[in-house]
Design a protein around this ligand. Structure first.
Ligand SMILES: [Zn+2]
Length: 294
């Protein structure tokens, strides 16, 4: 069959000259991204050659309570390439992949690529080194699946890395100004970025409890409230996507104590590229840490 096919095509081209000039309809690479920020980077690199379906894309939804719908289960089963965070952040995806084995499917797992320990913080896209590494893996998978367009994927990867480099540069610049400043957060979503900025993150056992949906201790809560009331922290980073009575209470105390509140999200907001999302949150934090009198 392998030997016969070129001969057959040559014969067809010879006999139907007009038809041979019609380019074939391009087949798009089917991609499913568990989180929309990985999907955004995949779409930028793949352009018109890929069809990207994002599963978690609603910034009003709590990602820690996520369950896939039947149509999302089918999308995962049909995908050639699946991109997900890994590192216990989206175990539902690992279950879906297991339930629908597909021998040639490529699975890009950010936690494995970033080779991340990060103290167990699963919000890996907030570590500035993660997305460039994931972007390179995505481009390599596209080039393998569709070598005819490899040059285009390489070009688009270059543009994507240049944008991500703007984030890395901004982080370095802010680190030079703000390293060592004490901050607090209601939840660990921004933790790896705070580490990259060299900030001193207080109240970490409180944050872990909230993320794992266990009750923070009375002592942790009291310490957190005291930090806010006495101005011991320069900013409160607030995950506005995860609604929690306790977090809301801290937000109220922060506002009453004139501690600047910096809202962040866990899912990429609509209509913003990944790097612009990061840069926007960094700008807001920079403003909060700089204070009103500088
Ligand atoms: Zn989270």
């Amino acid at each position: 069959m392998r030997l016969l096919a070129p001969l057959l095509i040559a014969t067809l081209a010879f006999t139907t000259g007009a038809l041979a000039q019609t380019p074939p309809v391009p087949v798009k690479i089917t991609v499913v991204a568990a989180q929309n920020f990985y999907g955004d980077v995949a779409r930028r690199i793949g352009g018109e050659h890929v069809n990207v379906i994002n599963i978690m894309s609603n910034p009003d939804q709590d990602p820690h309570l996520f369950e896939a719908t039947p149509s999302q289960v089918r999308d995962v089963a049909d995908a050639q390439i699946v991109i997900h965070n890994g590192g216990h952040y989206d175990e539902w995806m690992e279950k879906l992949l297991k339930a629908a084995p597909r021998p040639k499917r490529v699975v890009i797992n950010a936690a494995k690529i970033a080779n991340a320990k990060h103290g167990g913080n699963p919000h890996l896209w907030y570590a500035p080194a993660t997305m460039p590494a994931v972007a390179k893996s995505i481009a390599a998978a596209f080039s393998k699946a569709d070598s005819a367009n490899a040059a285009e994927y390489a070009h688009r990867l270059g543009e994507t890395l240049a944008d991500l480099d703007r984030v890395a540069k901004r982080v370095a610049e802010m680190r030079a100004t703000h390293a060592g400043k004490p901050v607090a957060a209601t939840e660990p979503v921004f933790g790896l970025m705070a580490d990259a900025l060299g900030l001193t993150m207080r109240n970490q056992s409180f944050q872990r409890a909230l993320m794992n949906e266990t009750e923070p201790s009375a002592r942790d809560i009291a310490a957190f409230e005291s930090d806010l009331k006495t101005g011991k922290v320069k900013a409160l980073i607030y995950n506005k996507q995860v609604s929690e009575k306790l977090a809301d209470r801290l937000l109220t105390i922060a506002r009453a104590s004139k501690v600047p509140v910096v809202p962040v999200t866990e899912t990429q907001p609509a209509g913003v590229a990944f790097h612009d999302w990061m840069l926007g949150e960094l700008d807001a934090l920079d403003k909060a840490l700089t204070g009103p009198n500088s």
